[in-house]
Design a protein around this ligand. Sequence first.
Ligand code: ASP
Length: 384
Amino acid sequence: MELWSRRKFFLTSLAGSAIAGAGKLFGSTPSANSSSASALANPAAAAQGKRPLIISSANGLHALGKGMDILKQGGDTLEAVVVAVTIVEDDPNDDSVGYGGLPNEEGVVELDASVMHGPTYRAGSVAAVRNIKNVSRLAKTVMEKTNHVMIVGDGARRFGVDEGFEEINLLTDHSRKIWLAWKASTSFNWRPGIDSPEWKQRVSEIFNGDAAQIAYAERVIAHPPTGTIPCMAVDAKGDISATTTTSGLAWKIPGRVGDSPIIGAGCCVDNEVGAAGSTGKGEENIKISGGRIIVEMMRQGKSPTDACLEAMGRVAKHYKNDKTKLGTFHLYFYAINKDGVHGAASLWRNGYEENKQASYAVHDGTESRLVPCTPYFDAAGGDQ
Ligand code: ASP
């Protein structure tokens, strides 16, 4: 229910007063000085420019410490980011990544991931991989053991098996039940819609009446979630690497690939400049090659935050800044530069968590903390 009311709030906001406030950043890309202005107002952002540094989307908050340990010991930046996201891939309770990710429309989990190693300018990626949990490590293995950059589908699975990756069923009981609930809301025989008593009855059976689980299922069915963890690091010497790993869009058509495994979209590194990653509706990012744009903007002197806002502006421009059309999705960009400055932009102010401003996770050697994303539109939020 919560999310439905959030959706209502969101639509109301679009139609009403929030739209007036929504335009603060709209139509003009903030100047290169804007992020330093916000750094003064925001103590979390004030500690900018420290190395080593590792950042990720908010769901990596608890995982960055492990990556930081590697960086502090002088380990490789790519190993640091892969170790960090592996914790999230292994977590059955994170249903946006790895084990327990929400499945495609046939109930099969398909994962995408990419890596890029700045010091050697190498990359690896895998897409639509079934039955292998740690696809960021698999993407790193593509980079290290082959002269290819991208391997997809069953070829990627078989490559992983040959390289010693264990095959498992990635669908947990929890994600299977949510998929069953989704199927009940869309199948030909049912089609009752999630507001109908029939669907509520069916879902109550699936979850044995557990109210929290039912509310969660309602939310992810009304708003097919995306979710991912991009992670990027710069070490004390200024070497940079990044990875992005995801189960992609829930209920996708089998074989659908998002931006996460696309080098230059969901993951991009240039060791002279910095790194960028993304979460949210991958199709929108792919169309603008967001990761590459952000890196090139930083090369021209923009701060990571302003570079992310510039990329967001490209997406918005293709919809003629129409907030109703843009309101059907959400998108986030994250970036670091070689000096250890970090930033992120969200298309809408609020993030995945109900009524909370979107944030990302930063560890600069002392602790892992959440830092607000800079919203492109200062209005509540989009659907995904
Ligand atoms: N960007 C990912 C994709 O489109 C999903 C996400 O970040 O939530 O597959």
